[in-house]
Design a protein around this ligand. Sequence first.
Ligand code: C5P
Length: 314
Amino acid sequence: MRKYVASAPGKVNLHLGVGEARADGYHDLVSVFHAVDRREVVTLVASDTLTEGPIVRSMQTTFYVDEPEESIDGPTNLAWRAVNAVAERAGIALPEVHIEVAKHVFVAGGMAGGSADAAAALVAANALVADHGEPLTAETLHELAASLGADVPFSLMGGTALGTGRGDELVEMLSRGRLNWVFVNPKVGISTGGAFSLLDDLRHGNPALVPHLNTAGLSQALTSGDAARVAEALHNDLDAAALSMRPQLKRLIDAANEAGLRAIVSGSGPTVAVLCESLEHAQWVAEHLAERFEGYEIFVAEGPDHGAVLETAD
Ligand code: C5P
């Protein structure tokens, strides 16, 4: 019985500019993704039974963050779909597998945890393919990633990257130094699609909610390596939608802004990301917020971190 273990990072958007809704239901984005060292770990346990077509037989997620009420283990899970997509594309007989996910990134939190599971699953499944034939190319993995979800290609790539189109056309961005973060989950999940469509509605009534598509200031701040400058340049067009859906976020963001350099909603929320000056500062902010917001989930993380990688195969 062989095991393939891969990991992939959670992310925060340093900039999230949302353009017009497109005919395919997606929005054109100008997004600066930033991977952090809070990583999902996906293990494929290969059986001795070879099969062609879909190879996933079962999966189990272990939660190192709060567990959602409904099970997320099943054929609609992105990790499950990712493994079968690789097997189908490889087109060869492969062992049936069981998937184990060690979940460290909040569920439905705006940190692309599900996308990280998919990216790690793609890498683990490709290592399985490599043991039985020709592995898929990096280009094919990227294509499969984009077909699974808009954030999955970035989870594969990691680092700090500018994403355009649906957010899946990526180019690496230069940055200097490390950024220290605190992530706070107020435990009120937000669906990504819901946040995007609410922003469309809010924009009809509020002409001030224009798309912010210019990342020049952020780009300069990132190359300076000065966290205070990066903090000033952070922006998220979706925060209006997240705050409108979950008004209780305002209190958290205000407190986090006071304690850290700057707080923003991570992606479509509801996770709040707080940029800090140093690791010590981040640890202090985390403790301070834990005292004020009992029951919220909080962790410290650092970026940029690398994309999806195979950890072990044995
Ligand atoms: O691609 P993914 O499944 O992660 O996206 C979830 C939903 O978020 C989409 O169905 C869409 O409603 C919304 N979305 C969007 N524009 C993007 C990315 C996501 O409208 N660029």
